[in-house]
Design a protein around this ligand. Structure first.
Ligand SMILES: [Zn+2]
Length: 261
């Protein structure tokens, strides 16, 4: 099977004056995560870094008005679709519970046949479309072989936990520890604008809560907590942004599903 060569691997779109969304449209929906770039006065913040199939750094730098500023790469958690390009950035932050995984991630394959049956079943049960032959429907460059894909370890240069802040000089967000989907998942709460970067704790698509390292009781506490935030907008780890009403609908749906409503 020959895959076509993509015109561009990443898609970049400004969400507001300082927030840029970068996506990988040729990655299967399960693994196509949002990469958010927040521009700051003293530093720029990259929230997650995609699959690591094509170099992300040039795309991030092209979107930054001032490339002399440092870029802080924050990994919300260490699932494959959020850490692929973390190694391309000098400052790498993650929750202590997932620092080991960031330094030495579990090997992952773009060949769907290599993915374990329990995981394939988990994705299907959650409501995702069936996997393709590969996790991509195009290649980033001529001659790219999806079978050669591997994740590069990127030891954290610092850790972030509940109550810490990320300060870009003119934009400060609070770190929220949001376990459930993964033990050390973190989100960011920008109280001044009511913006939540919810990572994979909350997005407008099928949530994944039944796999290795996941905990429904933790997830119930996380979603209950997020529901109480005075949000104006949520930027999740996947899918388009949404507002408070949709947040409440999503949370209520899952709490009901888990018998926690
Ligand atoms: Zn995840």
């Amino acid at each position: 099977m020959t895959l076509p060569v993509a015109d561009t691997w990443f898609q970049t779109r400004a969400l507001d004056a300082r927030t840029i969304l970068i996506t990988e449209p040729h990655v299967h929906p399960i693994f196509s995560a949002n990469i958010h770039l927040v521009l700051g006065r003293d530093a720029d913040l990259l929230i997650d870094s995609g699959m690591g199939i094509a170099p992300l750094r040039p795309v991030v730098d092209a979107a930054r008005p001032d490339r002399e500023k440092p870029v802080i790469c924050l990994s919300t958690h260490t699932h494959v679709d959020h850490i692929g390009s973390a190694h391309e950035f000098e400052q790498r932050l993650v929750h202590p519970l997932e620092a080991e995984d960031l330094a030495a991630p579990e090997p992952y394959s773009l060949v769907s046949a290599d993915i374990s049956k329990p995981l394939v079943d988990l994705f299907a049960q959650a409501g995702y479309p069936p996997l393709w032959t590969y996790l991509i429907d195009a290649i980033p460059l001529p001659g790219y072989n999806p079978a050669d894909y591997s994740l590069t370890g990127a030891p954290a240069t610092g850790t972030l936990d509940e109550g810490d802040t990320v300060d870009l000089g003119d934009w400060t967000a609070e770190v929220l520890h949001l376990p459930g989907h993964s033990p050390g998942q973190i989100g960011l709460w920008h109280a001044a604008s009511g913006t939540l970067f919810g990572a994979d704790a909350i997005y407008d698509g099928p949530l994944i809560f039944d796999g290795p390292g996941m905990s429904i009781p933790d997830y119930i506490a996380t979603l209950t907590r997020l529901r109480a935030l005075p949000v104006t907008q949520v930027h999740g780890g996947h899918d388009p942004a949404f507002g408070p009403e949709r947040l409440h609908q999503i949370v209520d749906h899952y709490l009901d599903l888990w018998g926690a409503a």
